[in-house]
Design a protein around this ligand. Structure first.
Ligand SMILES: *Cc1c(COP(=O)(O)O)cnc(C)c1O
Ligand SMILES: [Zn+2]
Length: 423
């Protein structure tokens, strides 16, 4: 069995911590923890073939788009213990008309909204909840803008665990709440922002013996990093020039970078793509830090954006996100809610639905190309993080210029009248 270590993610410290630790930060420096392995390049050359061989999939752990790549996350000697809902296996869809309008050579979307509960959180949650079961945990908990709670509640139900969710009052979409409630979670509304709910939860988890599954949990990132592998596999191992994704708590960019760096380390990646984090203007502390050439993040005390999944002012993962951009020559951008709205609409006009936060990636790409920070010939992949049906209120609120809904008398003439001017 490969060596598995839990370590401080700050390379200047790198302190080793027991895998069963009940804390989420380094006892030495307070940095976040991460898993590391001695991945061997000799065996890695066979992995693409092994992974392809599992594609038809008999067992849950072979069908899963996370556990299929388990050589990169050798955490459980027996893969059949995986708590899986068939996550991953999400499509990579080319959008040539959007590429032309943005002005890049190639553009595809990797749609992580097509996961069991409709967001990329499922990729991390399958690993995190499997670890919770290994530890004998009874209750898993998270603070959430909605998607983490929906995902946690589903995997907790699958594993027979209880689920506790803290959400900011009135700031989570009804659809996401409905998912958590449907899966049997207890939902506690507390505070007015994600940051407040998260700080409250962090203050009580250890004392109450809850297992925290937010992205400060290192096992989350192990699942989420597999998006790098699936993406490269779908492209025949041809790396894109840029991968663009929205950033909230910055776990996903940290995970994506970890996946890419590990593929690099074992020789399965020929060139490192540049990672691009896009934040909403009203919640863009990381963009302000990076673009301002600063090394410390100043939290945004009152984060504001209609894209609720990225309405986060004090992202827990910023130090590792900064290292992710340093190691991939990354970029950041901030976009307004209006820019998000038109990007979402442009994707919809290509038949691609997603939630508002996901569309931030296209909005950011457009600005970076317009400003010449991303070159016109670039080959780009956008990560779409959540499903269109996650926030249907948003669609209703942003219909102007769309044909929309008309009401008609229930007769042939009535329907005919309703079509006037449209046909
Ligand atoms: C969680 C989430 C994000 C933000 O991801 P982070 O890892 O917190 O940066 C973006 N979009 C959607 C749809 C999400 O659910
Ligand atoms: Zn440390």
């Amino acid at each position: 069995m490969t060596r598995v270590e839990l370590r401080c993610s700050d390379p200047a410290c790198a302190r080793r911590v027991d895998r069963d630790t009940a804390t989420y930060s380094c006892p030495g420096c307070g940095g976040l923890l991460e898993l590391s392995y001695d991945l061997s390049p000799e065996r890695a050359q066979d992995w693409p073939g092994v992974w392809r061989g599992r594609l038809p999939g008999g067992a849950d752990h072979d069908r899963s788009g996370v556990w299929r790549f388990r050589e990169l996350l050798p955490l459980f000697p027996d893969p059949s213990v995986a708590v899986s809902l068939g996550e991953g296996r999400t499509p990579l869809i080319e959008v040539p008309s959007v590429a032309a309008s943005v002005g890049v050579a190639e553009l595809a979307v990797k749609h992580l909204g097509v996961n069991p509960t409709g967001s990329f959180k499922d990729l991390g949650m399958t690993v995190c909840v499997t670890e919770a079961v290994r530890r004998g945990v009874k209750v898993v908990a998270c603070a959430s803008t909605g998607n983490t709670s929906a995902s946690m509640a589903a995997y907790a139900a699958r594993a027979g665990l209880r689920a506790l969710v803290l959400v900011p009052r009135g700031a989570v979409s009804g659809a996401k709440l409905a998912q958590a409630l449907d899966f049997g979670a207890l939902v506690v509304e507390a505070g007015s922002s994600f940051d407040e709910a998260f700080a409250l939860l962090r203050a009580i988890v250890e004392q109450l013996g809850l297992y925290l599954v937010n992205s400060v949990n290192p096992f989350r990132l192990e699942g989420q990093k597999t998006v790098a592998v699936e993406l490269l596999e779908q492209r025949g191992w041809r790396p894109p020039d840029y991968v663009v994704l929205p950033g909230g708590n910055l776990g996903n960019v940290s995970a994506l970078a970890k996946g890419l760096l590990e593929l690099w380390e074992v020789g399965l990646l020929s060139r490192m793509p540049r990672l691009v984090v896009v934040q909403a203007e009203g919640a863009s502390p990381f963009h302000r830090m990076w673009s301002g050439g600063r090394r410390e993040l100043t939290p945004e005390l009152e984060p504001a954006t209609r894209a609720t999944a990225i309405r986060i002012g004090n992202p827990a993962n910023w130090p590792r996100a900064r290292r992710a951009l340093e190691r991939t020559e990354g970029l950041t951008e901030a976009v307004s809610d209006l820019e998000i709205e038109s990007a979402k609409r442009e994707l919809a006009d290509s038949g691609i639905g997603c939630e508002p936060a996901s569309a931030a990636s296209l909005a950011g790409l457009r600005k970076l190309v317009a400003r010449g920070q991303i070159e016109a010939g670039a080959d780009v992949v956008l990560i779409l993080t959540g499903h269109q049906l996650k926030d249907t209120d948003y669609v209703g609120e942003h219909l102007s210029g769309r044909p929309g809904i008309r009401s008609a008398e229930p007769s042939v003439e009535g329907v005919g009248a309703a079509l006037r001017g449209w046909l």
